[in-house]
Design a protein around this ligand. Structure first.
Ligand code: AMP
Ligand code: MG
Length: 506
């Protein structure tokens, strides 16, 4: 089957395309179209055969019922037995919008659409293309997410095409969706009404309108023994090709933990993806790093979630590490989807970060123009089991200067270019909990200790690696003295790397 793809502009809808798509639906065909949540795979909801085609195209288990989409509130009466007063109130407040309600179905709704249930799920979407198409297609359009079952829901027409090209009649391309996670599902057949799937309409928003609303226990605890009340929620839904792991903790700790595991996995030769946010993306150094959106505006996170998971599938990464997001507002829906995609594999950041003692190593010499930068450059070239930021500082630096020319020459002989180096004065900015300070001389160490008595991790390099003699200053001496000093330094740095690696194993 050749799939027709037509672009439609939301603010200037091409009526001919909508007519054509509407006719396909009336004739029992399948048309994918944008809604504000995700792209839906539309079919005539009152036609059992059309429902069958939907399940076949998606490869969806047939006990997973479809949501019927309507374009006006009055359409509800024909497909449900009765509309409780609370449902009216909710519709007044949230329809059209990203909310689905479940009612007892009337006889006109075939069991093929409801997966054999006596209830029917109904939503009135807000997207203008969706509404025009529902009306043109006869008013009752079942529309599950327009993806192959088991892949992330589509949030752009390209995602639909990637999954369903050749299997459906038409794709109406209305660009990227607004919300990006599926609708909230609220069961109106129980009292009080119960949320079966979290979405952009939150429990707090519903509580305000109708008083108490409960939440399906299986959504809150993964230890729940009850199966989820929405049949579709029992499926893992979307399992990325990679192993997805969520890392939870306060923001700084989470970033450290993800960096730590990502470094380790990349070192072992794995391809690693990282789901970062606007606020943290600059801190990651290894792996394929993607920005999911802003923590300040979690709507952006919801919008990008499925797209990013698809991209990682395409890039064939082995592991994906994702920051966790607060389970509030739309964050509840984000964490629900992310949690399902991860098979609820969640790690506590603190348990990981405590396995790395130092994250930053600062070498200190008198003027930061020879020994300290040399040590830093040498350490950066060592195979280290954990990641460190390595820098150098000087005890007396009045203004920035380049490297000492002889030091530069020696480094060059050993294929290390330090041309861009600028000397920097030692200051307390570098002293964090996870900083290791290694001075060239005892006097430098003692000065730092006396100025920052609360800071523990300061040693001389010689002392730390168990050497016999401090690295001497060779300032003003012949090039051979620099070469000797380089050899000594290199031996110490190799020992340092060994010691750090030894510590990393514990
Ligand atoms: P999707 O169409 O991909 O958004 O999935 C529809 C979701 O709605 C699935 O999780 C279904 O299990 C759920 N659903 C649809 N109809 C019902 C119903 N009558 N009772 C409970 N859950 C339903
Ligand atoms: Mg779906």
């Amino acid at each position: 089957m050749e799939t027709i793809i037509k672009k439609v502009n939301k603010s200037d809808i091409d009526k001919e395309v909508i007519e054509q798509a509407g006719q396909i639906l009336k004739d029992g065909g399948l048309v994918a179209f944008p809604t504000e949540t995700v792209y839906g795979l539309g079919a005539n909801a009152l036609n059992e055969e059309a429902a069958g085609k939907t399940y076949a195209a998606k490869g969806r288990p047939s006990d997973n019922p479809l949501i019927v989409h309507i374009a006006e509130f009055e359409a509800l009466d024909k497909i449900v037995q009765n509309v409780p007063e609370k449902a009216r109130l909710i519709a007044e407040n949230f329809w059209p919008g990203p909310l689905t309600m479940i009612f007892n179905k009337s006889d006109v709704v075939p069991y093929g659409t409801t997966g054999g249930l006596d209830t029917v799920a109904v939503r009135m979407p807000d997207d203008p293309i969706a509404r025009a198409l529902i009306a043109a297609g006869g008013g009752y359009i079942s529309a599950p997410s327009a993806n192959t079952s088991g892949r992330p829901s589509p949030t752009a027409a390209e995602h639909v095409a990637a999954d369903l090209s050749g299997k459906i009649d038409m794709i109406v391309d209305g660009g990227s969706v607004e919300i990006g996670v599926e609708s909230t599902i609220l069961d109106m057949t129980v009292e009080p009404p119960m949320i079966l799937r979290p979405g952009a309409v939150t429990k707090e928003m519903l509580d305000k309108i109708i008083g108490e609303v409960t939440v399906d226990e299986s959504l809150i605890s993964d230890k729940s023994t009850e199966p989820p009340k929405a049949p579709g929620m029992k499926y893992r839904h979307y399992a990325p090709r990679a192993e997805l792991i969520i890392v939870e903790g306060d923001s700084g700790e989470t970033v450290k933990a993800i960096k730590q595991i990502a470094y380790e996995q990349v070192r072992l030769g794995y391809k690693v993806g990282i789901i970062a946010s606007n606020e943290t993306i600059g801190e990651y150094t290894v792996g394929i790093i993607k920005n999911i959106g802003s923590r300040e505006n979690e709507k952006t996170v919801a919008r990008n979630l499925y797209k990013i998971l698809r991209e990682f599938d395409d890039e064939e990464v082995d592991y994906i590490y994702s920051e966790a997001f607060p389970s509030e507002g739309i964050g509840t829906a984000i964490m629900n989807r992310l949690g399902k995609a991860a098979g609820h594999h969640v790690l506590a950041a603190g348990a990981i970060t405590k396995l790395q003692k130092y994250r930053s190593i600062v070498f200190v010499s008198s003027s930061d123009n020879c020994r300290a930068p040399m040590a830093a450059a040498l350490l950066r070239r060592q195979p280290l089991l954990q990641e460190y930021t390595v820098c150098s500082r000087g005890m007396i630096v009045l203004f920035p200067e380049p490297l000492n020319p002889k030091a530069e020459e020696i480094m060059k002989i050993h294929d290390i270019v330090l041309a861009g180096h600028e000397t920097t004065a030692f200051s307390e900015d570098v002293l964090n909990e996870d900083t290791l300070v290694l001075a060239m001389e005892e006097t430098q160490k003692l000065k730092i200790k006396s100025e920052y008595p609360q800071f523990e991790h300061v040693y001389t390099l010689c002392e730390y690696v168990g050497g016999e003699q401090e690295i001497p200053s060779v300032y003003g001496q012949a090039l051979e003295r620099y070469e000797e000093m380089y050899d000594m330094m290199k031996a110490y740095i190799i020992k340092l790397a060994e010691k750090l690696n030894e510590e990393a194993k514990h």
